[in-house]
Ligand binder design. Structure first.
Ligand code: DLL
Length: 428
């Protein structure tokens, strides 16, 4: 059974979508040009006037923006509305530099909530169903984003936020929660504590997880461990938060991008040219329906590809992209081999007895970069098993160190998987 929160928007023809997109694009560009100095100077410098955008093919005239632009304009340099209209803000963690702030007026809050409500429906979570929201309620967009969407979808919200894991499990069982939402690595932690407590969570049927890449094998582990169907939800501070861009549906054949709300392009990061459908590249978003801080050709740093623009088995007409492979800056190059942490994860999770927690340590051996994998596993799994399996994926054997369950540090938010070992031994 397919459920739509907004059937008209989610199943309109690709032709209708194009009309909606052009209207949204023209409105967005006019808003940015008239009301914001940053965008006006950028378009003036490129010699583009809003009236020049007559078709979707004119998009490349607009150039790109990236995280650095949003950081340089922190906190409100990209605002296109009067400050008194702002009702809420969220902010990226800023762990890799100045944070990015995103603000919302009533309209923007409603737009984000609508997208998130579509995600709940896509997962079969409907009015009256109970949802436990485990991303933090605070500056991170995850908690409040899922909350606004749940209100719009008419759900019974258990706003647990992250942490106090044993209580999370008791809450789920006391209130018979149907849907668990969260950051992937914290979900693994909930599963681990559930096993330690020797209980199960039989009311859970659905999980909505994201904020980090997770391999198919990791998803399988979660689905088996919690006896649920897991959905992969995508979104980011810059687009307006969790779920704004899309999620995979019950067909689990890629992430539907809400194309009436955002234009997606996949580009070659080196040339900035749009690549043909099916080819991998950097995901670029343009928002079509956001007032305060619209993003116009925002280079996300995420890597994916368009899988299909055909109508999906679920009836949705919006394009589907592959689950996110990683971020461009996550790519590791060791011994001449390029790889992403997600590939290491997939290989590790295929080894029987290997558990969900692992770290990838990059170190120097006589001036040559090398890699060590630290992973938790049940008794019987040896470093050699890990090394042999990874050789199949990487073409060389990294060092494999196997630890007892519970040895590696745990995370309540996004987990850090890759560390660099300094000469002193310190990991950064
Ligand atoms: O992580 C929004 C979110 C919250 C999504 C909760 C899902 C669940 P940011 O902190 O701004 O926002 O980080 C955005 O996280 O550009 C991707 O690199 C990564 N990311 C988000 N969702 C996924 C996903 C939230 N489903 C950045 N798969 C994005 C892979 C994801 N990576």
């Amino acid at each position: 059974m397919n459920y739509y929160f907004n059937a008209m928007a989610e199943t309109m023809s690709q032709d209708q979508l194009k009309t909606v997109q052009l209207r949204g694009l023209q409105r967005t560009i006019r808003n940015a040009y008239i009301n914001n100095e940053f965008y006006r100077s950028k378009f003036d410098a490129a010699g583009v006037n809003p009236n020049d955008i007559k078709s979707l093919d004119d998009l490349p005239l607009l150039g790109f923006i990236d995280k650095n632009d949003l950081r340089d304009q922190f906190p409100l340099g990209m605002l296109c509305k009067p400050e008194e209209d702002i009702r809420e803000m969220h902010m990226s963690s800023g762990s890799t530099g100045t944070p990015v702030a995103m603000v919302y007026d009533e309209h923007d809050l409603d737009q984000g909530a609508e997208c998130m409500a579509r995600c709940y429906h896509m997962a079969g979570v409907l009015q009256g169903d109970k949802v436990q929201i485990t991303p933090t309620f605070g500056l991170f967009n995850g908690g409040f984003g899922m909350y606004h969407g749940a209100r719009k979808a008419g759900l019974f919200v258990v706003p647990a936020s992250s942490g106090n894991t044993a209580r999370q499990i008791r809450l789920i069982n006391s209130f018979k929660v149907k849907c668990l939402t969260g950051v992937v690595s914290y979900t693994m932690r909930i599963m681990e504590v559930m096993n330690e407590m020797g209980v199960t969570m039989p009311s859970l049927k659905v999980g909505i997880f994201g904020a980090e890449t997770f391999s198919d094998k990791m998803r399988e582990k979660i689905e088996k461990g919690l006896n649920i169907e897991a959905f992969d939800i995508y979104g980011m501070t810059e687009t307006g938060g969790v779920g704004t861009t899309g999620m995979d549906c019950a067909a689990h054949d890629g992430i539907h991008i809400f194309e009436d709300q955002y234009i997606i392009e996949i580009i070659d990061p080196a040339t900035g040219k749009v690549v043909p459908d099916g080819e991998s590249g950097e995901v670029v978003f343009t928002s079509l329906n956001r007032n305060c801080i619209p993003i116009i050709r925002f280079k996300t740093g995420d890597i994916s590809r368009i899988i299909s623009r055909e109508t999906c088995a679920c009836g949705r007409t919006h394009a589907r992209i592959d689950r996110i492979k990683g971020r461009i800056d996550d790519m590791l190059i060791v011994k001449g081999v390029n790889f992403f942490p997600k590939q290491v994860e997939q290989a590790l999770m295929e080894i029987p007895g290997v558990l969900a927690d692992y770290r990838i340590i990059i170190f120097e051996n006589h001036g040559i970069k090398d890699v060590r994998i630290e992973v938790e596993a049940e008794e019987g799994v040896t470093g050699y098993t890990v090394e042999k399996k990874l050789k199949e994926v990487l073409g060389f054997s990294p060092k494999g160190d196997v630890y007892k369950p519970g040895s590696l540090p745990r995370s309540e938010g996004k987990v850090k998987r890759v560390f660099y070992q300094k000469e002193s031994g310190e990991l950064v």
